[in-house]
Design a protein around this ligand. Structure first.
Ligand code: AMP
Ligand code: ZN
Length: 110
């Protein structure tokens, strides 16, 4: 838990989100600025800043995040989907709490 992290605040309920899934390790919620008709984020409850900060102790958590993606995508009506992990400022990361983007269903504006 990091006091000024927006995703930690979503995890602990201090900031609202459109949640689609939650268990003891992870939550998933819709992205506030969707890049596609369906666009949600898979977020570990543990505050880890980036994929670069992961090590073998995070292996099960990372596997769980990836395995959840097709299940949640199917629930959202997606027959196929894209996944994205931005890592570091130069990798386009804006929120420094590890997350996997899952999106599909066509462009958000069409
Ligand atoms: P990234 O560039 O990979 O760090 O992506 C961060 C994502 O988090 C962006 O797509 C934002 O639109 C999304 N985001 C930021 N704040 C919130 C929020 N409060 N609720 C939902 N999504 C958010
Ligand atoms: Zn955090």
């Amino acid at each position: 838990m990091s006091a000024d992290c927006i995703f930690c605040k979503i995890v602990n309920g201090a900031v609202p989100s459109k949640k689609i899934y939650e268990d003891e390790d992870l939550i998933a919620f819709f992205d506030i600025k969707p890049m596609a008709k369906v666009h949600f984020l898979l977020v570990p409850k543990l505050h880890v800043e980036t994929l670069k900060d992961c090590d073998s102790s995070h292996q099960a958590l990372l596997g769980k995040m990836l395995l959840l993606a097709p299940t949640l995508a199917k629930e959202q009506g997606l027959a196929g989907f894209k996944t994205l992990i931005n890592t570091g400022r130069e990798g386009g990361q804006e929120v420094f709490h590890l997350h996997v983007h899952v999106f599909g269903g066509g462009n958000a504006s069409t």
